[in-house]
Design a protein around this ligand. Structure first.
Ligand code: DGL
Length: 271
């Protein structure tokens, strides 16, 4: 069925909000000629505290929207949505579906202390998928976890240069370091936007692991396998859609990116 797909078709990417742009950046560097449709489910954010059933419902609806717009592949640029919904999406879709999970394995491989700390949402940390990930690689070292309340909202509001932001980041990071972690895993796609704050708290020697680059490589591999890499040269387009208020980007993610971003609101049936 995949052979019917057009290699010039866009790649669909979604997240609960703008965190997935940290993944899209890596993907664009890897596959600059591709076109992308990015959906930020801002009307339903944050996913972290929501039930798996709720997140699955949103993931299915957004995937249906992206398919209707002709997506040739789907990137779930959200750890929480991947944990809850990737199996359901893979079962129902015939296009390549790529998800993201915390980089526990590379972290354990690079840790000197043998203790790695995972920063993620409660949805990701409480999922069966995460439990399996730990039991698969846990013998390589000790994995400690820390849910990060309010971090997603911090990024969405774009208010990172404040004492409150520093405090919100310092507490969970400090807790992992005091338990012996020398390597921190960014287990949520919003968190790369907080890397410099995390670095300020953790100091220069702590290793920070982000899996955005690995997802870009995996997407490239899957597209090549399915003969779906776009042939034409030149840079592709990105369309942005939101389920919440499209005007909200101006006060929020736009200042973080430093470039204007025009988003359209999803039609009502997809919101
Ligand atoms: N970017 C999502 C993730 O990777 C954030 C989840 C949320 O909305 O709480 O988990």
């Amino acid at each position: 069925m995949m052979t019917d797909l057009d290699s010039n078709a866009p790649i669909g990417v979604f997240d609960s909000g703008w965190g997935g742009l940290s993944v899209l950046g890596h993907i664009q560097q890897h596959l600059p000629s591709e076109s992308y449709i990015y959906v930020a489910d801002t009307g339903h954010l944050p996913y972290g505290p929501k039930s798996p059933g709720y997140v699955i419902g949103r993931a299915e609806r957004i995937a249906a929207f992206l398919l209707e717009r002709g997506a040739k592949a789907l990137v779930v640029a959200c750890n929480t949505a991947t944990a809850a919904a990737i199996a359901v999406l893979r079962e129902s879709l015939t296009i390549p579906v790529i998800g993201i999970e915390p980089g526990v394995k590379p972290a354990l491989a690079q840790s000197h202390s043998g203790t790695v700390g995972v920063l993620a949402t409660e949805g990701t940390l409480g999922s069966e998928k995460f439990r399996r990930l730990i039991s698969q690689h846990g013998q390589l070292g000790r994995v400690i976890v820390q849910p990060c309340h309010g971090w997603v909202e911090l990024v969405e509001q774009g208010a990172l240069d404040t004492p409150q932001a520093y405090r919100l980041v310092a507490e969970p990071v400090g807790s992992l370091l005091s338990q012996g972690a020398d390597t921190l895993v960014l287990g949520c796609t919003h968190y790369p936007f907080l890397s410099s704050l995390i670095r300020q708290v953790a100091g220069p020697d702590v290793l920070i692991i982000d899996t955005g680059q690995a997802i870009a490589q995996e997407l490239h591999r899957r597209l090549s396998q399915a003969r779906l890499v776009r042939e034409s040269q030149g840079s592709g387009q990105v369309e942005y859609w939101v389920s919440g208020d499209p005007e909200a980007v101006k006060g929020a993610i736009q200042p973080l990116l430093g470039t204007p971003l025009l988003a359209r609101q999803l039609p009502p049936q997809w919101r």
